[in-house]
Design a protein around this ligand. Structure first.
Ligand code: ATP
Ligand code: MG
Length: 325
């Protein structure tokens, strides 16, 4: 049975980086005998203008039927597409590996995996305004914390058995305190430490090599992973996977970057490495590792976009990496 793959190109640089990544996905699939039935759906700002809905009904149906979703960045309507997909399919763990790449100028050496809770916290979308008071609810549940902590455990067991739990339980005693307590319980038997989010931000710049698996709540993870991506060499290189129990979505960490859209200069590596995460989630570690090696070879050969000091175009990078496969 082929995997049903829904591709959402997205907005801004989305269509460019996704096109480049599709060359790599097709090459890896044919080289490693992975079968996909590929459908494409328009969602985001463009869809909103064309069809009056950021996530049109027929695309939602395709998403419902898909085993896996591969998505470019979405612009202004990100919340209506990305969050909707995360919530609708309970993609509760956001996996964001951060690692240096050859020939890419970095702030420091870093090799860690962020496991960010992905459907709770202040991003549940419960905001209210009453007169001169605006309120957002922060929701942390035991079930939500346990399941994401279990994902962190799996990653830690495959790595150095070390997890850092990041929170702010000194101030948010009840919510973050609960997250910390449940997480620590779920991680028993591993080498576990904990850090306040402000200290973690500092440490990520001062001594990022100290981190291996980092488990944190939704908002802290959102912010810290942009920081960590920059430590490793830039947002154009950072992949992510949104993982649930029966479905997953893969996308670059960066946004639609309208400032550079349509010029063929966007770095497709974040999106291509997201494809590697997709193959890994499908149980095809061989294809995933091959994509990562091909990305490294391509960088070593100097095939780079301008953001990391090269002169190649988005599609040239994609095709070169695909050709190595
Ligand atoms: P969003 O609100 O969707 O997160 P943003 O305005 O924060 O979007 P991003 O797209 O996340 O913008 O990225 C910030 C800047 O980093 C962009 O304006 C762009 O110049 C640069 N950038 C982001 N992604 C890439 C990429 N793939 N290749 C090159 N540069 C990029
Ligand atoms: Mg951004």
């Amino acid at each position: 049975m082929p995997y049903r793959l829904l591709v959402i190109p997205g907005d801004g640089i989305g269509p460019e980086v996704v096109e480049a990544a599709m060359h790599v996905i097709r090459a890896a699939a044919s080289r490693y005998g992975v079968e996909f039935e590929i459908k494409t759906g328009e969602a985001g700002d463009v869809a909103l203008r064309k069809y009056g809905a950021a996530m049109p009904q027929d695309v939602l149906k395709l998403a419902d039927a898909a085993d896996v979703i591969f998505k470019g960045p979405i612009g202004e309507s990100a919340y209506d597409v990305t969050s909707l997909i995360r919530m609708r399919y309970t993609l509760y763990a956001n996996i964001r590996p951060v690692k240096n790449l050859p020939g890419v100028p970095a702030v420091k050496d870093i090799d860690c995996v962020f496991v960010r809770e992905n459907v709770e916290d202040v991003y549940v979308g419960a905001e209210y305004k009453v007169g001169g008071v605006a309120i957002a609810l922060k929701v942390i549940t035991e079930q939500g914390t346990r399941r994401v902590a279990r994902v962190a455990r799996r990653y830690a067991e495959a790595r150095r058995r070390k997890v850092t739990v990041v929170h702010k339980a000194n101030v948010l005693r009840i919510t973050d305190g609960f997250f910390r307590d449940v997480a620590l319980e779920e991680l028993k038997g591993l080498e576990v430490d904990q850090m306040y989010v402000d200290a973690a931000a500092m440490e990520l710049v001062r001594n990022p090599a100290r981190f291996d698996v980092v488990l944190t709540t939704n908002q802290y993870g959102d912010i810290l992973t942009d920081l960590a991506a920059q430590v490793a060499g830039g947002i154009g290189l950072a992949p992510s996977g949104n993982i649930g129990d029966y479905k997953a979505m893969f996308e670059p960490v960066h946004g639609a970057a309208f400032d550079i859209a349509g010029r063929g200069v966007a770095n497709p590596i974040a999106t291509i490495l997201s494809a590697a995460l997709m193959f890994e989630w499908l149980g095809r570690r061989d294809a995933a590792e091959a994509i990562r090696r091909a990305v490294e070879k391509s960088l070593e050969a100097g095939i780079k976009t301008p953001d990391i000091g090269g002169r190649s175009s988005t599609i040239e990078v994609g095709k070169y990496i695909a050709s190595i496969l």
